[in-house]
Design a protein around this ligand. Structure first.
Ligand SMILES: Cc1cc2nc3c(=O)[nH]c(=O)nc-3n(C[C@H](O)[C@H](O)[C@H](O)COP(=O)(O)OP(=O)(O)OC[C@H]3O[C@@H](n4cnc5c(N)ncnc54)[C@H](O)[C@@H]3O)c2cc1C
Length: 820
């Protein structure tokens, strides 16, 4: 066994071996993998081998597509067959909501380049003659289906062996029966891994790909990895006489069938079937770690949980009735609270990478290994990986939270994934101090990054809940009222979850300046919207940097980016101690007070002059407001009306809230929720970190040129921007007015087409602009289509709608309201 390697992968399932394989593809061959027992001994050996391309996430969709393409070429490359049956994949729909979901997905699939078809019930029957179309009291009628002709199923163990062959052929080492039992950091900053056998391996980089053991391996480094497995079972049936007759009569292998509305999948297996449900009540397992006795084991089958799905499947495919059950496979399947894997750097430690939490790990293995290897070797991934970055979760993912959320995610795998859905488990967890006050005002809550956030406020007598939909729904009018309140009078948003850091010390300014593309403010009271870029020039983070005092900066970023940004900032700190960094997210609250009357309201609480000359737009002052002291008042906001963000010591939350409402009473002040904020910010073409600005686009592509100072000196990503300027900017950010919308606005991830029907870009967000009374989208198109006035089409729920490129900021393009 080697004693030193550049990268050591821990875990020999499909995911770990794929990571090893892809590291060698990137030219890193001094790499090894250790596996505690034998390759595939974890979840990989008992997986059903399905490779669904369907995924609502733009990132995960790309990873799955890469996998499916890779698995088709692997046999020729490695000489190892992987039993890839390209049967196609059929997802049935029995409701309009389900068809909406498919149509929404089709937009994403188009932008990724995944082939699919929406087909009719007649075509379903032609593809799958053994199925009943339904339409009775017992069985809902199929109204259509989504068909992926290019996916199917594979043999997971063979796949792992093919990847193993490829990796070893290129020089990688694999050591089985070698368990990592402890890890320590060496003096040179490398990782020394002690194995159960006694030998040590030291590595520059470590990759954890340990499946169900993720919590245990994480603990070796003090990491609370947010992945806990849930039981998942499938039934293996004996030969089916009907299937046999069909196949012997010349029928081709049937597509993998999914009926999400009754929550099961079905595929052929040796002239019989495999039937896998996603049941209610499947328990999380191993929250405290995998016991020693488990090994290559399974749980006993739980028939009671299976029965409703077996009955539903048997009604749909009566041939199931005539075959006996051969086996029930019930194994642990790793889950995370949002169902997406954890691929990327671990937080708080250097050169430790996670490839954990895979619930579709056979499908994802190829893509997950591909991008993680890219990240390790190049220092960053090749595509936007925010949706799977392990740091999208924070410290709030304790054991009980994970158990509840993961069980919930599992039982919802096949429910309709509405864009406005908010799942109820493990809530409320993190709340702002004014939670009860907002509840008393009718808040309809959502959750993000563990925080409760008011999505909208139900007026007295209005039902306080969402009817989730892909279309305009019950809260549409109320959200409109909130948006207009902010535009016409004064409204307040509780944005306490914002991520907040304090940067101090003699090196603070120059350090921040080296991280972002904009110039960091040099004068006290000035602020700058700034972007930290990747090496490739993409936007990794957005910070509002305010100079509070000499050598003291206040840095605000997205609430959901707390761990992501904090980890980046801490890891980038200079070693000379010249910069102090503190995450003060939980010590300051934030209210946005905005609208034409906001000045009059705030003026009642403070002696600080608020007129334009004393307190201009884009400046900040430390003020007293009522009894609250040390309030950072920032004259900016994300809604585009006159107003202030008030960042106050958290202990003043109740006082400040009540004082602002008392002062605002005469002006009709009211609360405004997240959905109205979405409408308001779209009217101003404000880009949202994570959806509109991501590592996929540079600030030039995002038309944020005014926030880039190419002449200011070196900063991360500058060379890439120079190259892009020289080569020409390929895409540009645009705002679109969407026409002929009746009840479904764009919401993001819609493809954009030119007049000839060629895809030339994608929308990244969309909503109805309540003040401008227009359906709006923002996104990216090829630069030659970005001129205002250009006519395009956008695909919204399967329908091509005409759309016009309009100048930025449909509401108040001159920013007169902001400057007033
Ligand atoms: C019943 C069932 C059906 C499924 N069907 C499908 C499907 O059809 N399609 C699909 O895409 N996915 C499916 N899955 C999910 C899939 O099995 C997993 O997502 C996938 O196998 C995860 O692979 P992995 O490499 O991450 O983990 P694993 O395969 O679990 O591998 C992790 C490895 O790490 C090793 N290890 C752990 N700790 C250490 C240590 N300290 N030192 C050394 N080695 C260590 C373990 O021994 C194990 O071999 C199914 C899962 C179940 C339970």
């Amino acid at each position: 066994m080697k004693t030193h390697v550049r990268v050591l992968v821990i875990g020999g399932g499909a995911v770990g071996v794929s990571t090893l394989y892809h590291l060698t593809k990137k030219g890193w061959t001094d790499v090894a993998l250790i596996e505690r027992t034998e390759l595939t001994a974890g979840s990989t050996w008992h997986a059903a081998g399905l490779l669904p391309l369907f995924n609502m996430s733009y990132t995960v969709g790309q990873l799955h597509k890469y996998s499916v393409d890779l698995y088709k070429r692997l046999p020729a490359e490695t000489g190892q067959d992987v039993s890839f049956h390209v049967t196609g994949n059929l997802r049935l729909a029995t409701s309009r909501e389900r068809m909406d979901e498919y149509q929404k997905y089709c937009g994403t699939a188009n932008t990724i380049g995944v082939p699919f078809e929406i087909i009719t019930p007649k075509q379903v029957k032609e593809l799958w003659p053994l199925l009943e179309l339904g339409g009775s009291a017992e069985m809902a009628a199929i109204i259509g289906a989504l068909y992926h002709p290019q996916d199917g199923h594979i043999a997971p163990a063979d796949l792992t062996m093919a990847l193993r062959k490829g990796a070893r052929g290129a020089g990688a080492e694999i050591y089985e029966h070698t368990e990592a039992v402890s890890i320590e950091v060496t003096r040179s900053g490398e990782w020394r891994v002690r194995t159960a056998k006694g030998g040590d391996i030291t590595a520059e980089h470590l990759v954890f790909a340990t499946g169900n053991y993720a919590r245990q391996t994480g603990r070796l480094l003090g990491l609370n990895v947010p992945a806990i497995p849930v039981e998942h079972q499938y039934i293996v049936y004996d030969e089916s006489p009907e299937l046999k007759a069909y196949r012997q009569g010349g029928g081709r292998e049937l597509a993998v069938l999914r009926e999400p509305d009754t929550s099961y999948y079905l595929r052929e297996e040796r002239m019989g079937w495999i039937l896998g449900p996603y049941e209610k009540g499947a328990p999380a397992r191993f929250a405290d770690g995998v016991p020693d006795w488990f090994g290559r084991s399974l749980f006993p089958g739980d028939l009671d949980r299976l029965v409703p799905h077996v009955e539903a499947a048997t009604r749909r495919v009566p041939a199931l009735e005539h075959c006996g059950i051969k086996d029930i496979v019930n194994g642990p399947i790793s889950y995370t609270p949002d169902g997406s894997p954890l691929i990327g750097p671990a937080w708080g430690v250097r050169n430790v990478w996670l490839n954990e939490g895979h619930s579709f790990g056979i499908t994802a293995a190829g893509g997950a290994g591909w991008q993680l290897a890219e990240w390790i070797v190049e220092g960053e991934p090749g595509i936007d990986m925010l949706a799977v970055d392990p740091r999208r979760f924070g410290a709030y993912t304790g054991k009980r939270y994970l158990v509840k959320k993961n069980e919930e995610t599992y039982r919802n795998v096949y429910t309709v994934h509405f864009p406005d859905e908010e799942r109820p488990e493990a809530r409320p967890a993190k709340t702002s101090p004014v939670y009860e006050r907002l509840s008393a005002r009718g808040a309809v809550w959502g959750q993000r990054y563990g925080w409760e956030r008011a999505n909208w406020f139900a007026p007295h007598g209005v039902e306080r809940s969402d009817r989730w939909s892909f279309r305009r729904t019950n809260y549409f009018g109320h959200v409109g009222n909130e948006a207009r309140l902010m535009r016409e009078r004064v409204g307040m948003i509780d944005l306490t979850p914002f991520t907040k850091h304090e940067v101090t010390g003699p090196g603070a300014e120059s350090w921040l300046d080296s991280l972002v593309a904009n110039k960091v403010p040099t004068k006290v009271g000035r602020m700058a919207l700034s972007h930290a870029l990747t090496k490739r020039g993409g936007i990794r983070s957005e910070f509002t940097i305010t100079k509070i005092a000499e050598q003291h900066f206040y840095v605000v970023s997205a609430g959901a980016a707390e761990r992501y940004d904090s980890d980046y900032l801490y890891k980038s700190l200079p070693a000379d101690g010249s910069v102090g960094l503190r995450n003060i997210t939980n010590t300051r609250g934030c209210f946005v007070l905005a609208g034409p009357k906001s000045r009059e309201v705030l003026a009642q609480l403070t002696d600080t002059p608020l007129d334009n000359s004393a307190f201009p737009w884009l400046t900040a002052q430390v003020i007293e407001a009522g009894l609250a002291v040390d309030v950072y008042a920032l004259r900016v906001n994300f809604v585009g009306s006159l107003g202030w963000e008030l960042h106050f010591p958290i202990e003043y939350a109740h006082h400040l809230f009540d004082a602002l409402f008392d002062a605002g009473g005469a002006h009709g002040i009211g609360m405004v929720g997240m959905r109205a904020m979405e409408s308001l910010r779209l009217e101003k073409s404000y880009r949202m970190w994570g959806s509109d600005i991501t590592p996929d686009y540079t600030p030039f592509e995002a038309s944020l040129d005014r926030f880039v100072r190419m002449k200011k000196g070196p900063f991360m990503g500058r060379e890439a921007l120079e190259r892009q300027l020289a080569a020409g900017i390929p895409n540009r950010f645009i705002t679109l007015e969407v026409h002929e919308v009746r009840d479904a606005d764009p919401l993001g991830n819609e493809p954009l087409f030119d007049q000839a029907g060629r895809m030339i870009g994608r929308a990244t967000s969309g909503y109805y602009g309540h003040a401008v009374q227009k359906s709006l989208a923002i996104g990216y198109v090829r630069t030659d289509f970005a001129t205002p006035g250009t006519e395009l089409t956008i695909e919204v729920l399967g329908q091509r709608k005409p759309a016009t490129v309009v100048p930025e900021s449909p509401y108040d393009p001159e920013n007169l309201q902001l400057r007033t």
